[in-house]
Ligand binder design. Structure first.
Ligand code: ATP
Length: 373
């Protein structure tokens, strides 16, 4: 079913935790809500689940109003499935009984449990295991199967992968997305992991200080974040000082194309570049001659890190001087000793922001960069 929030606000003890949040998750689609710790993500899920009531605004599921205008449908009548961070399985019940919990007694119960095990890609032999006999990833899939058992109108997933280690985490995430896709249920995931948020579904929403500052198609939001802080939140980015005029934009990388101009027409701007847009070669390398147009730079430092090495590069001069990190495979690092002259190009144009009113960069500082190859 379609989940809708209109103008939802919530405060605790006078402190506003969510402010005027409106969003829509169309039936059968998935929304990932991402935000820093304390931005209000869990509170939003708790409002939808009915664990707490909003101070203002309306929450509805399909045609039903769940809260707003003094109404509050109790949690157990909302038709909502909730998967918590640790799965919250009943430790004293087997997998089958966890999944069947809440299903009406009767002949169809066992068949439904088998169906849900299959849906969650869990082997039927796991049905009689106890939760502590499962891996973390399996536990999360049981929790999902349990949440799906009653055909909820929407599934809420509150950082369900955060307790899993890296390998299991991505495998479980893929399995869960697959289950959600096949069951066709509307879903909302809360996460602070950018990769998870961008790969989960049809929409990503970014919460900053209780406000939904941007939402939409994940690639569109990644491509044109509304400001530098959202850009940095969704992935590695270089944000460098730049000047914009009718001829284009100039920064430490030289004159560049503009992909999205979100500067409001300012002349002093900042240009945002994703590391994957960069190509770097030592100036003496044959390939450097094919890089055009180029910016000249210098290797300032090299930091080996296992199979890769992080190069600290300086490009541009004066007001446009910028430092950036660029990651190369370890076996290529020898060509980039400190002091080496390099050529850098930026492919695909930049996103422009006004220089004032934002905090992500000052002068030549460039943050959180990790480029591949
Ligand atoms: N029951 C409560 N009483 C008082 N303050 C609360 C309560 N629940 C949450 N808060 C506050 O509301 C703010 C948002 O909390 P919330 O848990 O929604 O954030 P979050 O984005 O989910 O954070 P995290 O990623 O750390 O889980 C925090 O400042 C938190 O301290």
């Amino acid at each position: 079913m379609t989940l809708r929030l209109e103008g939802v606000s919530k405060a605790y003890g006078g402190t506003e935790v969510l402010r005027d949040v409106s969003l829509e998750v169309p039936r059968g689609t998935r929304l990932a809500l991402v935000g820093a710790s304390g931005s209000g993500k869990t509170t939003l899920l708790r409002l939808v689940a009915g664990f707490v009531d909003p101070d203002a605004g309306v929450i509805s599921l399909g045609e039903r109003r769940l809260s707003g205008d003094g109404r509050a449908v109790p949690t157990h009548r909302r038709g909502i499935g909730y998967v918590a961070q640790d799965g919250a399985l009943f430790p004293h019940l087997s997998v089958a009984r966890n999944i069947a919990f809440g299903l009406p007694r009767g002949s169809g119960r066992a068949a439904r449990v088998r169906e849900l095990l299959e849906l969650a890609s869990l082997h039927p032999d796991l049905a009689d295991r106890m939760p502590h006999e499962l891996s973390g990833g399996q536990q999360q899939r049981v929790a999902l199967a349990r949440a799906l058992a009653q055909n909820p109108g929407v599934i809420l997933l509150d950082e369900p992968f955060s307790a899993l280690d890296t390998g299991l985490r991505s495998a479980t995430r893929d399995a869960v997305v697959d289950v959600l896709e096949r069951s066709g249920v509307t879903a909302v995931l809360v996460t602070h992991d950018q990769h998870e948020a961008l790969s989960f579904g049809h929409q990503v929403g970014v919460l900053v200080g209780g406000r939904l500052v941007q939402s939409g198609d994940p690639m569109a939001v990644y491509d044109a974040p509304i400001d530098a802080s959202v850009a940095l939140f969704l992935g590695d980015a270089l944000v460098v000082p730049a000047r914009s005029d009718e001829k284009g934009v100039e920064c430490g990388f030289g004159r560049l194309d503009v992909r999205h101009d979100l500067s409001g027409g300012a002349s002093r701007v900042r240009a945002m570049v994703r590391p994957a847009q960069l190509r770097v070669a030592a100036a003496t390398h044959g390939a450097a001659a094919t890089l055009a147009p180029v910016a000249n730079g210098t290797v300032v430092a090299v930091r080996p890190a296992g199979s890769t090495a992080d190069l600290r590069l300086r490009v541009g001069t004066g007001e446009f001087e910028a430092e950036l990190m660029y990651r190369v495979p370890q076996h290529r690092a020898a060509a980039f000793a400190p002091g080496t002259a390099v050529r850098v190009i930026v492919e695909g144009g930049v996103v422009l922001y006004a220089a004032s009113g934002e905090t992500a960069t000052t002068g030549s500082v460039v943050t959180r960069v990790a480029a591949a190859g």
